[in-house]
Design a protein around this ligand. Structure first.
Ligand code: ADP
Ligand code: ZN
Ligand code: ZN
Length: 723
């Protein structure tokens, strides 16, 4: 028997590939190799350096070379990736590719792990003092006036700084150095004395150091969860261990990073999407060689190597951005728990609104729950009130009660947030004379009117068209916008409150990378203002003068067909409500609805999120829904409806007589047409994970072999979070 290399290649196939070892070099599991593939070459990762050849070794090609002096992926990460590929029905090669930064998927030797540090030269200093430069150059010179800064740091503060840096480097105004160790001599700043609850949480988790145990840290916004993380990270640092801290996409504000760096006094590696690929690779390698002690990042940072792991934290564990929705469909929170088990370390899942999956795990005794009830920074609890919209005269969707509350708030010199999770002017445009409405031709859904840009835009596929001057169907000029988006609310409020700044925060107004931060900085002052915004505002931004939150459009969430909509709505309301009230100023929250008697709203008012969650969990148990059932969703789409139907029918036939499985469908997707493609799905459920996966593996193989599978795009989603 010849020993061969078994290699994971970045292709969407459920297989690994065998090669003969290269002529030279020692090959270990986890090393990158360059191999011939088809007519070209690829970079793969060796998962087994001494596998038994599945076919005659004579037919195998030889690997070209080993790329690294040491394996990039250690045994733990390799094993976890193999587990993850199997669990989420992904291709093993794609799982491995997800784990490697882009720059390391290229056939190049490893970059040095030093930090790129930028500073002013003499000439640069003069240019700064004389203020001759304008625009991006001036901003960059300003940013460096107090001393040199690392590229990561600049990337967070000024996302588009590189072009300016190159110009200034050529002009001799800047210099670039590579430094091996982080030059962070900073003294850690002391935090506040922990409350009893915080101290108890730190003690409980601290006891578990050195072993695997998941914890749910359940505490409202402002209850001091971050302080608990910080105390635990300090402890891990003191033991010489690494910490991985995951945050959702919107949670990674420069504010958070600054707070961590100041408090911990060590370099905090940040893996975020604005990072240049070279920097990401260097930060990843610093984690790999152990020199990075604290790693902060979004979803894909869950794959960071942690040879000296001490602690994993997942902040806002309920956030849907932890689930990757294309390609390899893993869930970073769940993967974090799996890694913590493999590494033998505690994992802390923090949230003000824990997911029902996590609460189910608490109930089953797998996770330990620690609760923070008090809000150290707020003296009084937030007051939540329902505003009954029925029989009220609405002004652009705003009830008089709501408008009066906003008026009283700004009269006190405070800030109000009107929350509406829809951008644009109006979600639909209707002809009053004949009933025509503007639909996306590629999705069959209403187009959103964007008044400022004078366009009708599809929020599902980005199709855009001009606003017609007259109805294309009957010629009438009587076209009217239906419903309210943030743009319309902004207009209505600006008209009603001409002397108060009205600030809109959504994807439109924050298109420029640093615009969001700039807007928020302007609102930290003690001045009245009205904010209108989408869920970009739901989390993490400390606005001390914000005391009123008014939520508009709650009703849409009450009537969705998705079984998760109740959970999502309650989470959103509680998260947005958490923005209101700080210190001496009590906060209040208004929920404007046509259904003041809805049981979920009542539960929310009476018992908060915990009460809603208990009710929802009970409902899920009765209806056999997750977390009490386990699901896999087969999705398919194609230009033709027939191809989708044929494929799904064959996929269904493969299941045969389902033993201990429940099958729903084939059925159209919630959006049966999107971007011109017809979409359908088939849902399979089992009462245990083992049953689901025993069925899933052979089914996946059989699906790949169906001739009809070649005529559609299809994917499997294990534990889907939207159906
Ligand atoms: P969370 O992460 O739960 O939203 P934070 O940890 O950010 O809460 O705390 C919210 C605010 O309360 C912060 O300004 C923080 O500095 C302050 N804070 C937290 N814990 C304490 C404490 N024990 N004493 C005083 N202030 C605290
Ligand atoms: Zn018409
Ligand atoms: Zn569309």
């Amino acid at each position: 028997m010849t020993a061969v290399l078994r290699v994971a290649l970045p292709v969407p196939l459920p297989t690994l590939f065998d090669y003969l070892p290269p002529e030279a070099g020692d090959v270990q599991a986890g090393s990158r190799v360059r191999v011939p593939f088809g007519r070209g070459e690829m970079v793969g990762v060796v998962v087994d350096p001494a596998a038994e050849a599945a076919v005659g070794a004579k037919r195998l090609k030889r690997a070209i070379e080993v790329l690294d002096p040491y394996p990039l992926l250690d045994a733990e990460l390799l094993a976890t990736l193999a587990w993850a590929a199997d669990y989420w029905a992904g291709a093993p090669g794609e799982a491995v590719a997800n784990a490697l930064p882009l720059a390391l998927r290229e056939p190049r030797p490893l970059p040095a792990t030093g930090r790129e540090v930028w500073g002013l030269t003499e000439t640069g200093r003069e240019a700064h003092d004389s203020k001759r430069r304008k625009g991006a150059s001036a901003t960059l010179l300003d940013a460096l006036a107090d001393g040199p800064r690392s590229a990561e740091d600049l990337g967070l503060a000024l996302p588009d700084w590189r072009a300016a840096a190159r110009r200034l480097l050529e002009a001799g105004l800047l210099e670039k150095r590579m430094v091996e160790e982080a030059s962070m001599p900073a003294m850690p700043a002391p935090g506040p004395a922990l409350s009893d609850e915080q101290a108890a949480a730190v003690a409980a988790i601290g006891e578990g150091f050195g072993g695997f145990q998941p914890y749910l840290l359940d505490g409202v916004t402002g209850s001091g969860k971050t302080e608990v993380y910080l105390a635990l990270i300090e402890r891990a640092l003191a033991e010489g261990k690494q910490t991985l801290l995951l945050v959702p996409e919107i949670g990674l504000a420069p504010q958070t990073v600054r707070r961590l760096r100041e408090r911990l006094g060590v370099a905090v590696e940040v893996l975020h999407s604005n990072l240049a690929e070279g920097e990401r690779a260097r930060a990843w390698l610093r984690a790999r060689n152990g020199s990075a002690r604290v790693i902060l990042g979004t979803r894909s940072a869950v794959f960071t190597p942690l040879p000296e792991a001490g602690l994993i934290v997942v902040d806002e564990e309920h956030d849907p951005s932890y689930k990757q929705q294309e390609g390899f469909r893993y869930h970073a929170r769940d993967l974090a728990v799996v890694r913590a088990r493999a590494l033998g370390v505690p994992v802390v899942l923090g949230s003000a609104t824990p997911s029902l999956e996590t609460l189910g795990n608490v109930e089953a005794g797998r996770y330990r729950r620690l609760v923070l009830r008090a809000r150290p920074s707020a003296s009084q609890p937030t007051r939540v009130q329902i505003v009954d919209m029925r029989a009220q005269r609405l002004d652009h969707g705003l009830s008089p009660t709501l408008v009066h509350a906003v008026a009283a708030c700004v009269e006190r010199g405070e800030q109000a947030l009107v929350f509406r999770n829809r951008r644009g002017y109006a979600p639909a445009l209707l002809c009053h004379d004949c009933g025509w409405h503007a639909d996306c031709p590629r999705c069959d859904r209403p187009l959103t009117l964007h008044a400022g840009r004078r366009r009708l835009i599809c929020h599902h596929c980005d199709y855009t068209t001009a606003v017609p001057a007259a109805c294309p169907s009957c010629g009438s000029a009587n076209l009217s916008p239906q419903g309210q988006g943030t743009e319309r609310l902004e207009e209505a409020l600006a008209e009603r409150f001409p002397d108060i700044p009205v600030v809109r925060i959504d994807r439109e107004t924050t298109r420029r990378r640093d615009a969001f931060g700039d807007i928020l900085d302007g609102l930290r002052e003690d001045k009245p203002a009205i904010l209108v915004g989408t869920q970009m505002l739901a989390k993490g931004h400390d606005l001390p003068n914000l005391t009123l939150v008014a939520i508009v459009g709650v009703d849409e969430g009450l009537h969705s067909i998705d079984f998760r909509s109740g959970e999502r709505l309650a989470q959103l309301v509680v998260q947005v409500a958490g923005r209101a009230g700080r210190a001496s100023k009590p906060g209040s929250v208004l929920l404007q609805t046509h259904h003041p008697d809805h049981p979920m709203l009542h539960a929310l008012l009476r018992g908060g999120y915990a009460a809603v969650a208990t009710g929802l969990l009970e409902e899920r148990r009765l209806l056999d829904l997750p977390p009490y059932a386990h699901q896999v969703l087969l999705r398919a789409d194609a230009l033709g409806r027939a191809e989708v139907d044929v494929f799904l029918a064959e996929a269904h036939a493969l299941i045969g007589e389902p033993k201990e499985l429940r099958v729903a469908g084939p059925m159209p997707a919630p959006m049966p047409l999107r971007a011109g493609r017809h979409r359908g799905q088939l849902l399979v459920e089992a009462s245990t994970r083992a049953r689901l996966h025993n069925f899933l593996r052979p089914w996946q193989q059989a699906l790949a072999g169906l001739p009809a599978a070649r005529k559609v795009r299809w994917s499997l989603d294990v534990d889907p979070i939207d159906l």
